[in-house]
Design a protein around this ligand. Structure first.
Ligand SMILES: CC(C)(COP(=O)(O)OP(=O)(O)OC[C@H]1O[C@@H](n2cnc3c(N)ncnc32)[C@H](O)[C@@H]1OP(=O)(O)O)[C@@H](O)C(=O)NCCC(=O)NCCS
Length: 182
């Protein structure tokens, strides 16, 4: 949990032009990623995901396509402590969460939840109706977080997809329906 409530300085219609600050987490702001973040984003992705980190060229292209749905936790001076990335198909309005992480030293302070809440708010505002993601079946922390946000296994087989990322790399697919604004 955050030590203090998140200061809601952000204006959702301004795409986080005024970044959200996290008073309980030092000088940390949640904001949209910039092109100049890419080297640090790569470093962060490698720090957390190691051998399954995105190659730099792919992150670059994901940024080119999905920058408005790439949010970072900025500690200042270009140091990033987490990110979330969602990719949306233009035709069906379905979106996939392609990345979520918080650095080890910043975990269990509600930051992963805030990254997810903010991206879901934006996706819903932008007309997305369904969000999916894959998670390693043993990743209890992530699964508990996603389930607490309303994600549920996509049937059949309780969402389990064997060899999804190659031999032995099983994943569970979780899905969340976003209610439409009326
Ligand atoms: C998953 C991850 C992003 C969570 O970030 P976080 O900032 O630590 O999460 P939060 O503090 O917002 O926790 C939100 C909820 O997640 C669950 N959770 C998070 N970490 C947990 C842990 N270690 N054990 C059990 N539940 C955990 C809890 O339900 C928690 O709610 P609670 O604090 O009310 O109990 C972070 O652990 C991480 O970066 N892991 C490595 C990368 C990864 O696995 N990404 C997801 C790939 S699908």
């Amino acid at each position: 949990m955050t030590a203090e409530p998140l200061e809601r300085a952000l204006d959702r219609h301004e795409h986080l032009m005024e970044p959200a600050r996290f008073p309980g987490s030092g000088r940390l702001v949640l904001r949209t990623a910039r092109e100049s973040d890419l080297p640090e984003l790569c470093r962060l992705d490698e720090e957390v995901f190691q051998e399954v980190a995105y190659p730099a060229f792919l992150l670059r292209q994901l940024y080119d396509m999905y920058a408005e749905h790439l949010l970072v936790l900025d500690e200042g001076e270009g140091h990033l402590r987490g990110y979330v990335l969602a990719a949306t198909t233009g035709l069906s309005r379905d979106s996939w969460i392609l990345g979520l992480c918080v650095t080890r030293d910043r975990r269990r302070h509600g930051l992963g939840r805030e990254l997810m809440r903010e991206i879901l708010t934006r996706l819903r505002r932008d007309g997305v109706e369904q969000v999916r993601l894959t998670v390693e079946p043993a990743n209890r922390a992530a699964i508990l977080l996603y389930r607490s946000l309303g994600f549920r296994p996509e049937q059949p087989d309780d969402g389990l997809r064997r060899d999804y990322f190659g031999p032995g790399l099983d994943r569970q697919i979780l899905r969340l329906e976003l209610p439409r604004d009326h």
